[in-house]
Ligand binder design. Structure first.
Ligand code: GDP
Length: 295
């Protein structure tokens, strides 16, 4: 995760070693490297520009921080700005609601079904929630089977969806069934297509309208970089998502999606998937990630 960015930024900061102070010239030169490092990490170019301008302004405007040499100062400014870029404060989900209704949306293959299982496990383990899983993708029988298998592995109830049912009806009825079974966390695993599709978006909007989920989590494959950001924008426009689950971070050495998605969509990454196993889900901590990037 972020390995290449870490290396490149390390090189950029080398330029400040041995300098007496931050000047227009050395900041400009050092930031040229930072800019290239971010572009190489597949960060959205507008985001990169904004980021570099912001760092420059702060680095040159800042009172000399006592006890920090110029290279430490620039690292501190970049660190603070990276935390902001990654979303600032850590954002989880508010678990108080009963039932807590989470709607998972995203393209096919992004990791929705796996993330539904992971969140069920995470919220049961950490918050004592009683999950109920709802397969709402009736277009692919394999999707229903996959979630049903995960439910069995986790030993949690699952709605008996079939391919001849209507997804909106499934979700509405699932709320009744979940309550009957004493469950206080309902996870709707909705359908995804290979591309954004109006009919599907309308269906998702209807599920949202009928079931009023507290959270609509957009699931994105981190390895798809800027494509993930573009798709997030489209889902956000239609559904007003509440946050993002970024999957396959274990395979993403660049980090472009993680670094751009908040800035472009205004919505934070809440969780990251870091492996195929159900336990491999983590809260997304902007400050820890920034520290990791800066080594
Ligand atoms: P869906 O079509 O959106 O429901 O996607 P799936 O949940 O079926 O996931 C697609 C593939 O990605 C499966 O092979 C998952 O095991 C894999 N996957 C999901 N999340 C992660 C992750 O965080 N890391 C890795 N390495 N693989 C993941």
């Amino acid at each position: 995760m972020f390995e290449s960015l870490q290396d490149r930024l390390g090189n950029a900061f080398q330029k400040f070693k041995g300098q007496k102070q931050l000047t227009e010239d050395n900041v400009k030169e050092g930031l040229r490297e930072v800019r290239l490092a971010l572009l190489e990490a597949d960060v959205n170019f507008k985001v990169v520009k904004q980021f570099v301008d912001q760092v420059k302004e702060r680095a040159l405007g800042e009172e000399v921080m006592k006890g920090l040499d110029p290279s430490q100062q620039i690292v501190k400014v970049v660190n603070d700005e990276l935390v902001e870029l990654l979303g600032g404060e850590q954002q989880g989900v508010d678990v108080k609601a009963r039932p807590l209704k989470l709607m998972m949306v995203g393209l096919q293959g992004s990791g929705k079904t796996t993330s539904s299982g992971k969140l069920a496990l995470y919220l049961r383990k950490n918050h004592g929630k009683k999950p109920y899983l709802v397969p709402a993708d009736v277009y692919r029988p394999a999707a229903i089977d996959q979630l049903t298998t995960l439910a069995r592995q986790l030993d949690v109830p699952v709605y008996p969806s079939t391919t001849d049912m209507n997804p909106v009806d499934i979700c509405k009825d699932a709320l009744v069934k979940a309550e009957e079974q004493g469950c206080d966390l309902v996870l709707f695993d909705t359908a995804g297509r290979l591309h954004i599709d109006e009919k599907l978006m309308d269906e998702l909007e209807n599920i949202k309208k009928e079931c009023s989920p507290q959270e609509i989590l957009f699931v994105a494959d981190a390895m798809t970089g800027q494509d993930a950001v573009t798709v997030a924008e489209a889902f956000n426009e239609k559904l007003d998502i509440s946050g993002v689950v970024l999957t396959k971070m274990d395979g993403d050495a660049r980090g472009g999606a993680a670094l751009s998605i908040k800035s472009v969509t205004g919505k934070s990454v809440k969780f990251v998937g870091v492996g195929e196993k159900l336990s491999e889900l983590e809260l997304f901590h902007p400050d820890r990630i920034a520290s990791r990037i800066l080594g």
